[in-house]
Design a protein around this ligand. Structure first.
Ligand code: DTR
Ligand code: ZN
Ligand code: ZN
Ligand code: CA
Length: 505
């Protein structure tokens, strides 16, 4: 059983609001709700099924062989029974039909999709239980738990089991190449899991932020951080593995889609330093049965498979985002039209650049750290200088404070919940003097509902959802006041707000 590392998002935000953690550095992101502990037994039961399929079909599950289609049929049946909308995309490679199994979990924002994938094909030499039954089974069990919990995340969840990866990422490339660009642009992240149960395991995360070389597209750093956050919570060290194009993320990063994932090692040998870190045998391969007939259910390290299955669930739950609060919407502003926001309402702002405005933001990043993001919904947000300029340092907040305030909002009586999407992005030249803050200003006082300080670390911007109980303003006329600052020493800092909503439950 593993330790828990996060509270429900609401509690984390309220803590931030009431405790005003002026010096608190942001901890691991709160998941949409507590991510589940994936049952190792269930994952291994899927592997046993895949082993049986290989045994009954010539000893493998390779592209173009009967074991591959039988594997697709097994996974599809589980997903159909769980309520997924499944699609089998066929393609031809090396004269044989290949299959991509795509499964959509109904709900979530159709314009913001989180995809999770694993290749289901093996090589012809063997059953491919670690490569890549392990990834296929782990994401299958994760998808089944999404259904069991009837998860209602912010983003739309899509899972994929790819065909013909062993022939050169054929299935996943076919998918991304044939997806209309409008649909591709809706995919906000791709998580790839290929070999996550190696018998002599290492613990690797794809190098999204490029700290060991070339990183992934903007947004990949955030995905790497989420992968690492999980392992940090169980005190397991993680090393980078390069985006070297050796698995199905290739077709996604080529189109600039943020990607990430985990890996426990293939044919390379574990070093003695790595054996010190993780145990196991130095001087032998992470998986001595890689692409061999001995890649059977006996070729799995249970601890590695369990840890990675839980990390996959944590990543999906966390990156899927918090659902909008239930109840009747009494106020909503997606910033797509002007509902009367006033910049510098008190006339006291001091920022020289990066002033808050409602606009269409241009995404910016600096060596893998996201700073400014495109809108969380639609095209417009409140943003600190929408233009991206010619470099990441253009149009960020410089020289002090910037603020923007809504028009008056008349609130009904009842239990009222304010929710909004937000991000703060900065480099390690920031400090706790910098901040993003959201307050509700009423006739009898002001309440801070978000107070996110900067810190002297790179903070990659990613849209998060804040919620706060604002029932104390029921029946009153209020304004929402957003402000941010590049205070203390100069730093590269950006912020954004979107999808503001007040619901009555
Ligand atoms: N290409 C994968 C195995 C593999 C080798 N290096 C990596 C790095 C990251 C993920 C997977 C791999 C295969 O043989 O299926
Ligand atoms: Zn392989
Ligand atoms: Zn593989
Ligand atoms: Ca800016």
């Amino acid at each position: 059983m593993r330790s828990r590392i996060f509270a429900a998002a609401g509690a984390a935000v309220l803590l931030a609001c009431t405790a005003h953690p002026a010096t608190a550095a942001p901890g691991p992101r709160a998941a949409a709700a507590a991510a589940p502990d994936i049952s190792l037994a269930n994952v291994k039961a899927h592997l046993a099924q895949l082993q049986t399929i290989a045994n009954n079909n010539g000893g493998n599950r390779a592209h173009g062989r009967p074991g591959n289609k039988a594997s697709v049929d097994y996974v599809k049946a589980k997903l159909d029974a769980a309520g997924y909308v499944t699609t089998v995309q066929t393609f031809t490679s090396s004269g044989a039909t290949g299959y991509n199994l795509i499964a959509d979990w109904p709900g979530g924002d159709p314009d913001r999709v989180l995809m999770t994938g694993a290749h289901l094909d093996s090589v012809t030499a063997g059953p491919g239980i670690n490569d890549n039954g392990s990834g296929s089974a782990a994401i299958l069990e994760t998808a089944l738990v999404v259904a069991q919990q009837n998860l209602k995340p912010d983003k739309h969840l899509r899972f994929a089991w790819w065909g013909a990866e062993e022939l050169g990422l054929v299935g996943s490339n076919y998918y991304t190449n044939n997806l209309p660009s409008a649909e591709r642009s809706k995919i906000k992240g791709y998580l790839n899991y290929d070999m996550v149960g190696s018998p002599n395991p290492g613990y690797f995360a794809y190098d999204g932020d490029g700290s060991s070389g070339s990183g992934g597209p903007a947004g990949s750093a955030e995905i790497e951080k989420v992968q690492r956050d999980y392992f940090a919570s169980i005190n397991v060290p993680v090393q980078d593995t390069a985006f070297d194009g050796r698995s199905d993320y290739g077709g996604f990063i080529r189109y600039g889609i943020p990607a990430g994932g985990l890996f426990t090692g293939a044919e390379e040998y574990k070093t003695s330093a790595q054996a010190q870190l993780w145990g196991g045998q130095a001087g032998t391969a992470f998986d001595r049965c890689y692409h061999s007939s001995c890649d059977t259910t006996a070729n799995i390290n249970d601890t590695a498979l369990d840890r990675n299955s839980d990390a996959i669930a944590y990543s999906v739950w966390t990156l899927a985002g918090t659902p909008a609060p239930p109840g009747e919407t009494v106020y909503a502003d997606d910033l797509e039209t002007d509902k009367g926001w006033t910049a510098n309402p008190a006339g006291t702002d001091t920022a020289a650049t990066g002033k808050f405005e409602r606009g269409v933001p241009q995404a910016t990043s600096y060596s893998g750290t996201n700073l400014q993001l495109a809108a969380a919904g639609g095209t417009r947000t409140l943003v600190t200088g929408a233009s991206g300029g010619t470099s990441a340092g253009d149009n960020d907040i410089d020289g002090g404070t910037t603020s923007i305030q809504s028009a008056p909002i008349t609130l009904p009586t009842g239990t009222l919940t304010l929710s909004f999407s937000w991000y703060l992005g900065h480099l390690n030249n920031a400090s706790s003097d910098d901040y993003l803050r959201v307050r509700v200003v009423g006739p009898n006082g002001t309440t801070t509902v978000l107070n996110q300080p900067g810190a002297a670390t790179n903070r990659s911007a990613s849209w998060q959802t804040a919620t706060a109980n604002v029932s104390s303003f029921a029946g009153q006329s209020v304004r929402i006041l957003v402000d941010a600052a590049d205070a203390g020493g100069g730093s590269l800092i950006e912020a954004g707000i979107d999808n503001i909503k007040i619901t009555k439950s």
